[in-house]
Design a protein around this ligand. Structure first.
Ligand SMILES: *Cc1c(COP(=O)(O)O)cnc(C)c1O
Length: 786
């Protein structure tokens, strides 16, 4: 598409969609018109790609979450149209940044798991891999977060308020999904996944739930209006809202409906396509398709697949189970006990009794196999899928899947050696590692054009955007002072841009010349934002005692949403804001350190934060963070990690060198050794600094609005035994951060660390991860359209 056509397209869509001309168009109208113009330009390639994929083997990603963020900038960039669009808009007196900013994030995910799905989709498209995404089109994504008086408040995320120009409703491919008490329609909305520098256009298909009948005409005529639309509302409830995770609440019947809705509609879609090609020959179904389950959320796909083949296609159960065993793969994302999904079988029976019958039959097959292998009854109980009135989704997924994978080396080892050790001994060949990755398009090329141009200049090619391994070749510049200086200039530019944004959004002024020390991720006790906060408060007191303390000026930046029902997480948000209030307004401190909690952390905010960081805080309790991907985004933007020996931090440090990063704290094996006799109160008694910090939670230094929330935090660290080992790691944290301050003073030494992280980041491209899935699990070949 040339500029002339782009301009015509914008005018045309403004006219037909809004009845306006450019001169009086609103920003969101321009956004929609430009998006539709681009969409129109790619529809033929999109159609050709789908047809080409349908004629061979393809993989399908089943995920309850896709944390996509904004589409426009990324799509323009990947199509090579960004500069043209900028010019065209500027000729029309419009600033492209404003048009990009008007777009709402598609926030259909909680955090890392949903963002991983989004990176995978983009990578598969970029490297021409036939991967179809299936998910739910939630009307409301993850809540919006506000901070009022230091407390988190939530409001609904109305991401569709300006429409969704990138999705196409495919009415004719709607499916019916049946629950025992209701029948609904699943309408697919297809979004093109536009890779970088390729003609292939992949598809993300999200299902919206609608009633079979819009309303009951008889009731309507009888003027019973509420009742007439209640059926419609009940159906629409199913895709109304994304559930925040970290929920302990068991009253999540709607969530179970969502899971079944997703898998039933998606499998029917896959079977429909299969029948178009092969008729009713189902022996081939797993030859042509593979389904990757992103965590256990879509695990009902397994019994639903068998149900569809047995009940609707006349396949016998044994065969259907055998097909399923080569049709599915399962990715485990966590070992946190509270995150392991179990459903009360009463609930399953109530919503879909036939699924329960099928799972019982699967369970029988499992028991039979284990008995033949001479397992004892007690041992067998550990494997059971239905046990103690519960359906254990992970056991179901492992038994039936072709492959089970963890998401970083340490995580996979923990699965094999402890969490799933019984399964590993039964099926060693099923277990694999696939270390997560991130797409370098969004997380470097798009969010950091300054650094991207510099890399391109140094390498003399832009190939690295598609082949991130080429970053290694930057190593030859590691002693080049000019290169290091320019790298730091770019960092300063990104920090200046972020400071400007934070001033506008949060009303806090940061000095771009201070260290930007950043911790951004969901708020969770295991991620230990509280440890970081305690460190900062201790530092504050140390500076008060010793005003001449020689440390570089530092800005501590937090961003995190706390699940609305997770009281303790919300208390930590308030605590951080109380510390910010104290520190930022203390004249003795004189701006030496500052603290800011940025509100409503999400993908678009993340794109400003990662490039502007001097230090990446990754401080989870060892063994608890399966992989992390935020850590990779920092690294790719030339930022050293300050972290525990956990998840992918270990692999990051292996690649970039321990000397270029900061590892602190207990390791998994250390924790295993001390956990029996760990007594956090001894730290409180022995370490005056720890005592001073913890006492602020109960002595009225800070105001929790009389809620008792701070006392609860205090108790979590002392009475409740500090299950995440904050106090045990405090000293090591402090010593390590002191080393950061020392090292940072030597500008060149620091720049070299940043640069080493950049040139070592290639392996963390999600292109690499997708290739591994293709070769080692999916058995999928790249399929490029002409
Ligand atoms: C990358 C990302 C995450 C995951 O961060 P972790 O530090 O790996 O937990 C969560 N939310 C957003 C918006 C992200 O971009």
């Amino acid at each position: 598409m040339n500029k002339e056509n782009m301009k015509k397209g914008i005018n045309r869509y403004l006219k037909v969609k809004y009845g306006v001309t450019v001169d009086d168009a609103k920003e969101y109208e321009i956004f929609n018109a430009l998006s539709l113009t681009v969409l129109e330009d790619i529809v033929d390639d999109w159609k050709n790609t789908s047809e080409s994929y349908n004629s061979g083997r393809s993989a399908n990603y089943f995920s309850a979450e896709y944390l996509m963020g904004r589409a426009l900038g990324n799509n323009l960039m990947n199509l090579g149209l960004y500069d043209d669009a900028k010019d065209v808009l500027s000729e029309l007196n419009i600033d492209i940044n404003k048009i990009e900013e008007i777009e709402e994030d598609a926030g259909l995910g909680n955090g890392g798991l949903g963002r991983l799905a989004a990176c995978f989709m983009e990578s598969a498209a970029t490297i021409d891999v036939p991967l179809n995404g299936y998910g739910i089109r939630y009307n409301n994504g993850l809540f919006n977060q506000n901070i009022e008086g230091g407390f988190q408040t939530e409001s609904e995320d109305n991401w569709l308020k300006y429409g969704d120009p990138w999705s196409v409703r495919k009415e004719r491919e709607a499916q019916i999904v049946e629950f025992s008490d209701m029948k609904v329609r699943a309408i697919p909305y297809d979004t093109p996944i536009i890779g970088y520098g390729t003609k292939n256009i992949n598809t993300l298909r999200l299902w919206k739930c609608e009633p079979i009948k819009e309303f009951d005409f008889v009731l309507f005529n009888e003027q019973k209006y509420d009742k007439a639309v209640s059926l419609k509302n009940r159906a629409e409830d199913i895709s109304r809202v994304l559930y925040p995770n970290d929920s302990n609440d068991q009253g999540k019947i709607l969530r179970l409906r969502q899971q079944y809705f997703l898998v039933s509609a998606s499998l029917k879609d896959i079977i429909r396509k299969h029948k178009q090609k092969f008729g009713t020959d189902f022996e081939n179904i797993s030859v042509n398709n593979f389904v990757q389950l992103n965590d256990t959320h879509p695990t009902l796909a397994i019994p639903e697949f068998i149900r569809l083949l047995v009940d609707e296609e006349g396949v016998n159960f044994k065969d259907a189970l055998e097909y399923a065993k080569t049709f599915f793969g399962y990715t485990n994302h966590t070992i946190l006990a509270e995150a392991l999904e179990k459903w009360n079988i009463k609930l399953i029976k109530k919503l879909f009794p036939r699924i329960l019958e099928i799972v019982k039959d699967i369970d029988k097959e499992l028991i039979k196999e284990l008995k033949e292998k001479h397992y004892t009854k007690e041992e067998i109980n550990e494997f059971r899928i239905i046990f103690d009135r519960q359906m254990r989704m992970a056991n179901l997924a492992i038994f039936v899947s072709k492959a089970v994978n963890g998401v970083a080396k340490l995580h996979t080892d923990i699965l094999k050696d402890s969490e799933l050790n019984n399964w590993y001994k039964l099926y060693p060949q099923k277990f694999q590692n696939k270390t997560n990755g991130i797409t370098p398009r969004r997380w470097l090329r798009l969010c950091n054009p300054e650094l991207s141009s510099f890399i391109t200049k140094l390498l003399g090619t832009e190939e690295w955007v598609k082949n991130l391994d080429l970053l290694k070749e930057l190593k030859k510049f590691e002693d080049d002072d000019k290169v290091l200086e320019e790298l730091m200039n770019i960092k300063l530019q990104k920090k200046t841009q972020l400071a400007e944004h934070i001033k506008n959004e949060e009303g806090v002024e940061l000095d771009p010349n201070s260290i930007f020390d950043i911790q951004i991720k969901r708020l969770h006790e295991y991620k230990r934002q509280l440890l970081n906060a305690m460190y900062i408060l201790d530092l504050y007191y140390r500076i008060k005692e010793n005003p001449d303390m020689d440390i570089p000026k530092t800005s501590f930046i937090f961003g995190a949403k706390a699940f609305p029902g997770y009281v303790r997480a919300k208390s930590i948000v308030k605590f951080i804001n109380e510390i910010a209030e104290l520190v930022n307004n203390d004249e003795d401190i004189n701006g030496k350190i500052k603290v800011v909690f940025v509100h409503n952390y999400r993908v678009s905010y993340a794109q400003r934060l990662f490039p502007a960081a001097d230090l990446s805080k990754q401080i989870s309790t060892a063994g608890k963070e399966a992989s992390g991907t935020g850590n990779m985004k920092f690294m790719l933007n030339a930022t050293p990690t300050f972290g525990t020996y956990d998840g992918a931090n270990i692999e990051i440090v292996n690649e970039a060198g321990e000397e270029n990063n900061y590892i602190f704290g207990l390791r998994v094996e250390d924790i295993d050794k001390i956990k029996e006799e760990y007594d956090s109160t001894t730290y409180y008694k022995k370490d005056k600094n720890i005592k001073r910090v913890l006492d602020t939670l109960i002595d009225g230094t800070f105001n929790d609005g009389g809620s008792g929330d701070f006392e609860d935090l205090y108790n979590s660290l002392l009475e409740e035994g500090d299950q995440y080992y904050l106090l045990a790691d405090f000293k090591s944290f402090k010593e390590t951060q002191d080393r950061v301050f020392e090292d940072y003073k030597d500008k060149k030494k620091w720049a070299k660390k940043c640069f080493a992280n950049l040139y070592s980041a290639g392996v963390f491209s999600s292109d690499r991860t997708i290739k591994e899935y293709c070769d080692e699990i999916w058995n999928i070949k790249k399929t490029s359209i002409k």
